[in-house]
Ligand binder design. Structure first.
Ligand code: HEC
Length: 191
């Protein structure tokens, strides 16, 4: 019992320490004055999410370098080092509402009519090519979009544990491989 209390107090100290890093005294007071429930929800967010909430998803320029660095540090790569996997497996992930659901936000899928929350990805691989830089950019945006677009609504598939590094490499192949149906078949709804 005593041990549990000790562990709990250490954990809350750590949480408090993390919150302290991002909120000034005045900001913390504002959060606490918003009511107990509000403060609870707000303070239990991860520090990066809390920062986005506090600034309504528009981070001030002086916070950007540290934020981007921290987000970049979360990115992990496939064991075999290959950033392009199997495009067929990637398609099954991209076009599955219960898996990555990419098409709901992005136009370009030959299987489903895409949404327009994010930019169109139509013929992405034909337009950008398959250079090392393009592979890396695409992989990293899917793994943790916040490393490029701080606070964006796009899910952070790797950082949040929604997809494994290998699954992300499969999705990268689906977008980039010139033989992928994403690049050989017309997008649903294209004119
Ligand atoms: C909830 C909506 C949403 C989902 C789901 C989503 N994205 Fe995005 N995506 C966005 C938005 C919005 C942007 C643009 C970033 C910004 O400006 O906020 C973006 C940007 C991108 C970019 C960069 C585009 C460019 O022109 O450089 C790629 C690549 C991308 N998404 C791929 C994917 C893939 C692959 C998936 C599924 C694994 C996916 N996205 C799921 C919303 C989404």
């Amino acid at each position: 019992m005593k041990k549990a209390i000790l562990v709990l107090s250490v954990l809350s100290l750590v949480a408090w320490g993390l919150a302290q890093r991002y909120f000034s005294e005045k900001e913390l007071q504002l959060i606490q004055n918003g009511g107990k429930a509000y403060a609870g929800v707000f303070q239990n967010q991860r520090p990066d999410q809390a920062l986005c909430s506090l600034h309504r998803n528009r981070l001030p320029a002086d916070l950007l370098p540290q934020f981007l660095e921290e987000q970049r540090a979360l990115i992990k790569y496939p064991q075999n080092g290959r950033l392009m996997g199997d495009w067929k497996k990637g398609g099954a992930i991209f076009n599955n509402l219960q898996k990555a659901n990419c098409f709901s936000c992005h136009f370009g899928s030959p299987v489903h009519l895409g949404g327009d929350v994010g930019p169109s990805l139509e013929k992405y691989g034909l337009k950008r090519g398959q250079s090392e830089a393009v592979q890396r950019y695409t992989y990293e945006v899917i793994y943790n979009a916040w490393a490029y677009f701080p606070c964006t609504v796009m899910y952070r598939f790797g950082a949040q544990g929604l997809l494994s590094p290998e699954e992300i490499a499969d999705v990268v192949a689906y977008l980039l491989d010139p033989e992928s149906e994403f690049n050989t078949k017309p997008a649903v709804g294209s004119r």
